[in-house]
Design a protein around this ligand. Structure first.
Ligand code: SAH
Ligand code: SF4
Ligand code: F3S
Length: 472
């Protein structure tokens, strides 16, 4: 090794580039010993934010010289975890046992765990005790140090654990590898300050931090030069973007700037919090055809009493009026949502309020979740609802959201829509699959040459939540 300690840069991202080179040397030595390439696989749990983080991990691993594999039977497996509901955690524990089976057969194999679940102390304790074969654990705040952590892992015989409680840092310009050539997520902010009473995200992702508009614009311009036509601006509450910047900027101002980027054809964003959805945002959406006609607007509950208890800062009427304003400005907008059933102390009356909103709004689609108590959040301390009641309510709500979602989707039958072709259909390779501006999926005859193009498609047959169509 021709690198010496005193050359390690203090500043980022230079420090990580140094470690990428070091890891490259370590890896090529190992490859010479083994006479083969070393492979990696990243498995992502959770939301778009985690998916984007995984692309950063992949970018760094590829620059180090690992080869990506489709299989978890690889030399380096990374689980980027989620802890928003307990079933996300259980999935990780279940699959770790299965990974250990591979590790027993491959002495070179390394296993890393990162992401939101790792920010919980009880999780780290459990892994140390019951899953001691894990090689590296890190959290959400130091993901930018991945190259450095990989070096530590490759040179250590013990489990490496590095989890930070918080950070105010945003490190720009590390390599990322996109899953799709033509579309990309772009973080505009990190963390969350809202502390909804049921939610663990602020505890595991830290305080809200917005990126500088110039960094966001520069990243999107680079993506566009590289063939990207659609971006999804990502944040836990994009509507509060920019409030804490030294020179405050609103989300709608940022959107207007993003729309000016030449060559960029579609802009999506996620997630909008109803409490911060401004009239100005609705105006900017209406005026800019590049902004997709889709609003994901989590409702959580239709009961104003529960919304207050959840610390959401809006009530049923405010939510319904936002939907009315959005539809008035953009009649073809698709509205989708998240709803929690079985929140502590939810009464039948509270639940019927949620059903009422679902009936009235007719969401294009809705993610419905059974409430999951998360340690450390205020709602977890409250009296919980019996499982049978929650399950019954969940089924009743599911019936309504499915029926309304299908009705809303069917309204598009016969339309000719602009569709961004994403992939060859997974079940029938004479078909391709793409998304309409409002995010509805459509399958139609075509081949791989169409991938990444925006084409006109007639929606001929509604199949519930998606369409069969014809290229026109
Ligand atoms: N920032 C987004 C949501 C992020 S989490 C927002 O504020 O809308 C995604 C969804 O998971 C939430 O909208 C909520 O519906 C659900 N969720 C969060 N915590 C949960 C919990 N403890 N139990 C069940 N669902 C939960
Ligand atoms: Fe969780 Fe609420 Fe923040 Fe969304 S806004 S991430 S639900 S605390
Ligand atoms: Fe899960 Fe973390 Fe996203 S808890 S939902 S992966 S921010």
């Amino acid at each position: 090794m021709n690198t010496t300690l005193n050359q390690i840069p203090e500043t980022e991202p230079q420090r990580q580039f140094y470690y990428m080179n070091l890891a490259k040397e370590l890896l090529s030595k190992k490859e010479k010993e083994l006479g083969r390439k070393l492979t990696f696989h990243v498995t992502t749990f959770g939301c778009q934010m985690n998916a984007r983080d995984s692309e950063k991990l992949v970018g760094i691993l590829e620059s180090i010289g690992y080869e990506e594999s489709d299989e978890e039977d690889s030399d380096f497996v990374i689980y980027n975890t989620c802890t928003v509901r307990d079933n996300a955690n259980q999935k990780v524990y279940g699959r770790l046992g299965y990974l250990n089976g591979f590790k027993k057969k491959n002495p070179e194999m390394k296993i890393a765990l990162c992401g939101c679940m790792m920010q919980e102390e009880s999780v780290i304790e459990k892994i140390k005790k019951s899953y001691s074969f894990v090689d590296l654990i890190f959290g959400t705040h130091n993901i930018y140090k991945f190259a450095e952590l990989v070096c530590r892992m490759l040179t250590s015989k013990k489990m490496v654990i590095d989890v930070w409680q918080s950070t105010d840092k945003i490190v720009e310009e590390l390599p990322t590898e996109r899953k799709y050539a033509f579309k990309s997520g772009v973080n505009i902010m990190f963390g969350c300050n809202n502390f909804c009473s049921y939610c663990i995200v602020p505890y595991v992702r830290g305080r809200e931090r917005s990126r500088q508009p110039k960094d966001i614009i520069k990243e999107i311009e680079t993506l566009v030069c590289d063939g990207v036509v659609e971006v999804m601006l990502l944040g836990q509450n994009v509507n509060s973007y920019g409030k804490n910047l030294e020179e405050p900027v609103t989300f709608s101002e940022l959107l207007e700037e993003v729309c000016k980027i030449e060559g960029l054809q579609r802009v999506r964003f996620m997630t909008s919090h109803p409490k911060d959805l401004s009239d100005d945002l609705i105006r900017v959406m209406k005026e800019n055809k590049k902004i997709c006609r889709h609003m994901h607007l989590p409702l959580q509950s239709g009961s104003s009493r529960l919304l207050q208890d959840m610390n959401r800062h809006y009530d049923k009427e405010k939510y319904l009026s936002l939907v009315a304003k959005l539809r008035e400005a953009m009649p073809d907008i698709a509205i989708t949502t998240d709803i929690i059933v079985g929140y502590p102390e939810e009464t039948e009356e509270d639940f019927l309020e949620t059903m009422d909103v679902a009936e009235k709004v007719e969401f294009n689609s809705a993610f419905t979740f059974i409430y999951s108590p998360r340690t450390g959040t205020p709602a977890a301390e409250k009296k919980q609802i019996p499982e049978e009641i929650t399950k019954d309510r969940f089924q009743r709500l599911l019936r309504v959201v499915q029926e309304k979602g299908q009705k809303k989707t069917a309204e598009m039958t016969g339309n000719v829509e602009e569709v961004l072709v994403e992939q060859v259909n997974e079940h029938d390779d004479t078909l391709v699959t793409g998304r309409c501006d409002n995010n509805t999926l459509v399958h139609f005859k075509g081949d791989a040459s169409l991938i990444g193009q925006i084409v006109s498609v007639k929606l001929t047959e509604c199949k519930g939540f998606y369409f069969m169509g014809e290229l026109v």
